[in-house]
Design a protein around this ligand. Sequence first.
Ligand SMILES: [Zn+2]
Length: 649
Amino acid sequence: MARNRSFNKRNILIVVVVILLVTMVLTGRLVYLMIFKSEYYAAKAQELHERERPIKAKRGSIYDINGVEIATNKPVCTISVIHSQIEEPEKVIEVLSRELGLSEEKVRKRVEKRSSIERIKSNVQKEVADRIREYKLKGVMVDEDYKRYYPYDSLASKVIGFTGSDNQGVIGLEVKYEEYLKGINGTILTLTTAYGVEIENAAEDRIEPQPGNDLYISLDVNIQKYAEQASYKVLESKSANNVKLIVMNPQNGQLYAMVNAPEFNLNDPYTLINEIANDYVGETISDEKLNELLNGMWRNACISDTYEPGSAFKIVTTTAALEEGVLNLTDRFFCPGHKKVEDRIIRCHKAGGHGSQSFVDGINNSCNPVFIEVGARLGAENTYKYYERLGLFSKTGVDLPGEANSIMHKLDIIGAVELATMSFGQSFQITPLQLLTAASAAINGGTLVTPHFGIEVRTPDGRVVKTFDYKTTENVISAETSETMKQLLESVVSDGTGKRAYLPGFRVGGKTATSEKLPRRTGKYISSFIGFAPADDPQVIAIVLIDEPVGIYYGGTIAAPVIADLFDNILPYLGIEEKYTEQELKDYDIGTFEVPNFVGKTKNEMKDLLKIYDFGDIYPTGDGDIVIEQFPLPGEKVNRNSALVLYYE
Ligand SMILES: [Zn+2]
């Protein structure tokens, strides 16, 4: 027993000592590996990890309301090298520098760098990439990639936006709808030995990328083009700073166009446009300054900048007063050219005064004293009740990044003077889009809509996956008030300060404005006009702002014609037909023409002549070749498309 026990004891001791020794050796080795060789192993692990190459997902396209592609992708390639796989380094350097137009030195540096994968160039045109592939150079990788491309260059640049080098949206709808457009990147995982050599025949582990979905918006490329044309025309002729123009469907808030002229090229968004760059010719622009200038160039002022709306805001004051029942159209007012409010004299734009006038005359004349009185009848609380209902205290909710909110007086500090200036659109600030939205509610029957571009999202194969809903609030004002507003604003265009927006055949309603920029008396103005058509059933509403026009700056003189120019093009485009009143046919001599003398003409000559005149149906009789009689008779005035009877002998 005792011998056995002592034997066991010795044995146990030996075992313990051996275990201790082994443990010490192992621990030492581990410590050595962990501490002294850790960098080596980490590098190895990373090398394996980095052999995972991403495959970029194709970003979804953006389509206009007619299905026209306005943001898409061009296939491009990224060329990289894997150092450990290169067999003919000199040939690789020669081919890549020649094909990619890079210096040999630059390429050599990357080819000779002992890293797992080195990018040589991205955004390489497909043809060039295909040629490089033909050389079948070991260690040269050609990966398919996409570059965002905008077929219309500068069209609606500040609305659509663009993407950065990582293919992520930077501004505009490209940012707002990032989650739908971006897709999911894939990867290629290549198996390699510890030395980074690809294992022959080892299957590539490939996770396919998922393309992004397509966005469909309400912008109409044709309307946007017309709007940009009209904007550039006035921008150039008036040497203005900029021109903003928004076109919307007042019934549902769909935005058809949004112009911020001058626009910039979406395919080259980091280059300053001439309008900005020309101010810095010969100067070195610091990076900080360049950043500031680029941000200014990209800014969507239609939604990000506030201004004093001026007289166009009389739409809101009138709507509120009618709805609150403190105003009748037949009420009479007197304007001696100014109005005293507390200790202040507030002037009318007509120095001699408008004299005695009805409210209808007052709005046609855009007479400030009339509106000061209307504002006083409403009072501050009621005024704010309608500002609230017409959405003027909150952002419109438009689906674009960077929307600003209004800047209003606090209710409790509004005295008679503030109330007076507010009634004609001064002493507070709103965005152009806020005013357009409030005016829409005034003329669409009383519904506050959310202005928007996004309609739906579809998969690349056309399946609808998301339809956007927007908040609408009905009855913010009554249908009767809205009906009256349409008539009043039509009369401003037919008989008042908005005359220059008048288009024979179309019923246009609207309101002019001339706002003096702050600080006052610097001679800087914003001329604007808000117009809609047809006045009895509004299908389109638009607002234009001309910033710091040179020379004549009255909204009625220079802004109203911009809307007339726009409507002249887009109303027929939207399928709204001209309907002339008897008076218009007479006054403008439209739609009628004088019948020429066709007697003595041959059949062949008649073929050409009839192309010139707007006759409707032609009734030839007789079997000769010469016209001997005609009806209507020569010299008679007829409407376009009248029938013509010709007797041949
Ligand atoms: Zn007046």
